[in-house]
Design a protein around this ligand. Structure first.
Ligand code: GTP
Ligand code: MG
Length: 223
């Protein structure tokens, strides 16, 4: 069962019982169905009406991968342009990405180029799944070839949040990819971040020991 988390966090802490924690982001234009897909997966339901996501909604989910308990933070981001300034935080320390378009609106497919470009600026190597949503509304679309995924060698799924087609498979595969990525991460940006963080820590502890040394030892008062 999922819980809506209140505050965005940098990285999910590995809670008691969980052996791994990953962050998965859902990206794509407004109204392509990101929230509905998450709702279908996490709550196994679909309500046709809902407000467009305001900035961000976080969901925490517990999963099992190869017998290990995994804590998953899903970041259901807002596709509306007015939330552009939030994007850097969406990508920060993400381990996998689900990029959605709406088979009924060509512009949302075209805009994958922009989403993908931005994703790669922030996260050059994380796994990314391309998702064609709303196939229930037009099954003929599954006969069409969408070259975007092939061009970048990305996995591609036809799904429907409305009737549930492929939704469980999509999210379970995304979780597996995120865990594998985190465990084998040779991501250059991750390494740079880790270096910087430990460099900062070293500097702080050096400063601390300098200070310690400069304090004269306390002597008992003489007399
Ligand atoms: N027919 C059909 N409609 C869908 C499907 N998924 C979503 N919708 C509809 O598309 C609309 C937008 O869905 P949302 O999930 O709110 O879209 P979103 O991508 O989260 O949009 P933002 O939060 O604005 O970024 C809603 O009216 C849904 O009912 C689907 O699989 N089939
Ligand atoms: Mg939404």
């Amino acid at each position: 069962m999922a819980e809506a988390a209140e505050q965005p966090q940098d990285e999910a802490p590995v809670e008691a019982g969980a052996e791994e924690a990953v962050k998965i982001i859902c990206l794509g234009d407004s109204a392509v169905g990101k929230s509905k897909l998450l709702e279908r997966f996490l709550l196994d339901g679909f309500r046709p009406q809902q407000l467009s996501t305001f900035a961000l909604t976080l969901y925490r989910h517990r999963a099992r991968v190869d017998g290990k308990a995994v804590l998953v933070d899903f970041w259901d981001t807002a596709g509306q342009e007015r939330f552009q300034s939030m994007h850097a935080s969406y990508y920060h320390k993400a381990h996998a990405c689900i990029m959605v378009f709406d088979v009924q609106r060509k512009v949302t497919y075209k805009n994958l180029n922009n989403w993908y470009k931005e994703l790669r600026e922030f996260r050059p190597e994380i796994p990314c799944i391309v998702v064609a949503n709303k196939i229930d509304a037009d099954m003929k679309m599954t006969q069409k070839s969408f070259n975007f995924a092939r061009k970048f060698s990305l996995p591609f799924y036809f799904v429907s949040a409305a009737d549930g087609t492929n939704v469980v498979k999509l999210f379970n595969d995304a979780i597996k990819l995120a865990v594998t990525y985190k465990q084998n991460s040779g991501d250059f940006m991750d390494e740079v971040m880790q270096e910087l963080e430990s460099f900062d820590l070293e500097k702080k502890s050096e400063n601390l020991s300098d200070q310690e040394e400069s304090f004269p030892e306390e002597k008992p008062p003489s007399s």
